[in-house]
Design a protein around this ligand. Structure first.
Ligand code: ADP
Ligand code: ZN
Length: 371
């Protein structure tokens, strides 16, 4: 049942985000309503397929859709040009034409990869985001940023390509490993700090309910995050302005992910740790009060994050920070909190302070804790 609809306003590319529970039974009618082509290819991974693929296929067939599927291995490494090409080959071999639709059934990896394939295949086919992880449901499935990774940089080959609609079924989260719930919280806390002090306070009060996947609490935070993402996307689809603030926690976060070869540390975990380091920078620069700094760190400390040390050494993080491809005119850009719900973009952080913030982060128990 669809319980909520949030609209992303982008002129003729506008689209809704539908949120609810037990939603499989209304998927096909929603496709019909949006004029989705009859030929549908569902693309998902081997962890998700056993739970959700068959029922969705049967449901669509029941409504006379011509459905097939492509199931790939899980993991960030699949976000590659090689995998995209393998999917192109399969689509071409199966005579999937221009008037077809792809459904991205999965987490951020599937969403980014399938969106990228949809943007390029026949110069663009219809696609639908059906995110199944908390992280992709609150953040990456909305906004149309699609990409694959290049050996020289994450998300370096991509496009802005909006889906027909986003389909968020909260029930999918029940089969998600607990570590992935923690990852989702990375982006959720981020939204609280950058734009919404009330959301931040709600997470403080309801963290345990969210971790236990209490429906009401999850719906609440998810709704708020999607509203903010929808609003920011409408204002600045191509990230030339306000959309940049979504990168709070991400400048350090990306370096942590890279230092861990994109395996040791997951994106959401990296964002949680990145927010600790970046809030420390804001505090040292006198931008944020000690009270707000403490509240942010205290909340993140309560989230059960345990990252294996692995290849994650301070030296490697510092090196990754230096080689980050995302610099603007050679300057590192940081999104730093001023107060809860407000951030500032700063590109004048001294390298010595960046280093100090990483040392500070490594002194936190969470980075060295064993799983
Ligand atoms: P993210 O959305 O954080 O980018 P991924 O796309 O890498 O994450 O998905 C994280 C992991 O969770 C992958 O191994 C994926 O196969 C698995 N997964 C995704 N959704 C579900 C689900 N609903 N139930 C079980 N496992 C899932
Ligand atoms: Zn992110």
């Amino acid at each position: 049942m669809i319980q909520r609809q949030i609209d992303v306003a982008l002129g003729e590319r506008s689209y809704p985000i539908y949120v609810g529970t037990s939603m499989t039974t209304s998927f096909a009618p929603t496709c019909q309503q949006h004029g989705v082509p009859k030929r549908i290819v569902i693309i998902t991974d081997t962890n998700i397929a056993p739970h959700y693929l068959k029922p969705l296929q049967q449901h669509l067939r029941h409504f006379q859709f011509d459905v097939s599927s492509i199931v790939i291995p899980p993991g960030e490494r699949q976000k590659s040009l090689q995998r995209a090409n393998a999917i192109f080959t399969e689509l071409l071999k199966s005579n999937v034409g221009r008037k077809s639709a792809l459904v991205a059934l999965g987490g951020g990896v599937i969403g980014d990869l399938v969106g990228f394939v949809a943007a390029a295949y026949h110069r663009g086919v219809t696609y639908i985001q059906a995110p199944t992880t908390l992280l992709s449901q609150v953040d990456s499935s909305v906004g149309g940023k699609v990409a694959v990774n290049h050996p020289l940089g994450k998300n370096m080959i991509g496009a802005f390509y909006q889906p027909k609609f986003v389909w968020i079924d909260i029930d999918c989260l029940r089969t998600l490993p607990p570590r992935e719930i923690v990852c989702g919280l990375g982006e959720i806390v981020k939204y609280g700090v950058i734009l919404d002090a009330e959301l931040f306070a709600y997470i403080e009060t309801n963290l345990d309910r969210i971790l236990q996947l209490d429906n009401e609490a999850v719906m609440h935070v998810q709704g708020r995050c999607c509203e903010m993402k929808a609003h920011i996307t409408s204002e600045d689809e191509r990230e030339t302005g306000i959309r940049v603030i979504l990168n709070y926690g991400h400048t350090v976060g990306h370096a942590l992910e890279a230092a861990g070869n994109f395996t040791t540390v997951k994106h959401g975990e990296a964002v949680l740790m990145g927010m600790i380091a970046e809030t420390y920078i804001a505090r040292q620069m006198g931008m944020v009060s000690p009270e707000v700094h403490e509240r942010i760190v205290a909340l993140i400390r309560r989230i059960p994050l345990r990252v294996r040390k692995g290849s994650l050494t301070l030296a490697r993080v510092l090196q990754a920070m230096k080689h980050d491809k995302k610099t603007v005119d050679g300057k590192k850009r940081f999104v730093l909190p001023v107060r809860l719900g407000e951030v500032q973009i700063v590109d004048t952080v001294e390298p010595s302070l960046i280093n100090a913030s990483l040392r500070h982060l490594f002194a936190e128990k969470m980075v060295t804790g064993k799983r």
